[in-house]
Write a new protein. Structure first.
Length: 285
């Protein structure tokens, strides 16, 4: 007979395994649905050509390029800013009013709906700073959107580094900044990159912020600068599926667009995971 503690442990592990299995099943079902409906639309022409006839023909090449620009631009802004904020909060700040205000601001940003970020981006970057509807406006808006995720993930990664590492380095006469740069950061980088991975997935799938800051439904050309309007896969898919004039006719394009978006997210995440694994292996050595 099992003791009560053993029985409770088995029940808990059983529920955890059940929950994990359900998540995996849901993910596989969604993947199967998108792949089975979208693979027929994939071709070299679909990926490399410009759209034609109001997006009822041609490809989605400008939307692919625009999505990649958004991912790179937002991560380039949010990742260093988020990491530096996390370093300040974890390594330098002391309990007090300033720290409390910063923490509250981060928590409020994390709970703010994406459409509010879009409205802020429209008011601040598009209108006030006069960047106009552009890649720059959209990238800065998305950077603010994912900033809380990167800050929190970076904080958790820094907190997992044992205090003994810091104390041993400081005891040898190394400055605090050098200790952070040479001892703490290398150990925390894998966890900090995890925050970037989470941010990438959210950036690639957001529609409301880019809708208000520069995305266009039908723009059969590539952006020539950061101040240009652009096409993007999530907004393109949204319009095709809800507001297009030929929804039934463009259905294969809808699923094909969703599949391409999924492939891009998985590809970028794979690169980030590879970088994280590289740093983990360096730490083990």
């Amino acid at each position: 007979m099992f003791s009560n503690a053993k029985l409770n442990e088995r029940i808990a592990f059983g529920l955890l395994k059940l929950a994990t299995g359900m998540v995996v099943v849901f993910v596989l079902v969604i993947l199967y649905y998108i792949v089975s409906n979208g693979y027929s639309a994939l071709s070299i022409e679909f990926i490399s050509e410009m759209p034609r006839k109001g997006m009822t023909e041609g490809g989605i090449y400008p939307a692919i390029v625009g999505t990649i620009y958004l991912i790179v631009g937002s991560i380039a802004v949010a990742m260093p800013l988020g990491m530096l904020t996390a370093i300040y909060l974890t390594e330098y700040s002391r309990p007090g009013k300033t720290t409390w205000i910063i923490e509250m601001a981060i928590n409020n940003l994390a709970g703010t709906p994406s459409v509010v970020f879009g409205l802020f981006g429209l008011a601040m970057f598009v209108k006030y700073l006069d960047f106009g509807p552009s890649i720059l406006s959209a990238s800065l808006t998305l950077a603010l959107l994912i900033l809380p995720v990167i800050i929190r993930a970076s904080q958790e990664a820094l907190l997992t580094v044992p205090k003994d590492y810091r104390e041993a380095s400081l005891a040898l006469g190394v400055t605090k900044w050098e200790t952070i740069r040479r001892v703490v950061l290398p150990a925390a980088i894998p966890g900090m990159i995890t925050g970037a991975i989470l941010g990438i997935g959210r950036v690639a799938g957001e529609t409301a912020p880019i809708l208000l800051t520069g995305a266009a439904y039908f723009l059969p050309r590539l952006p020539d600068s950061v101040y240009s309007q652009f096409m993007a896969l999530p907004y393109h898919l949204y319009v095709l599926a809800t507001s297009g004039t030929n929804i039934a006719q463009t259905r294969p394009i809808q699923y094909g667009t969703a599949l391409v978006l999924l492939i891009i997210i998985l590809g970028v995440n794979l690169v980030a995971v590879t970088i994280r694994s590289h740093y983990k292996n360096k730490i083990k050595r």
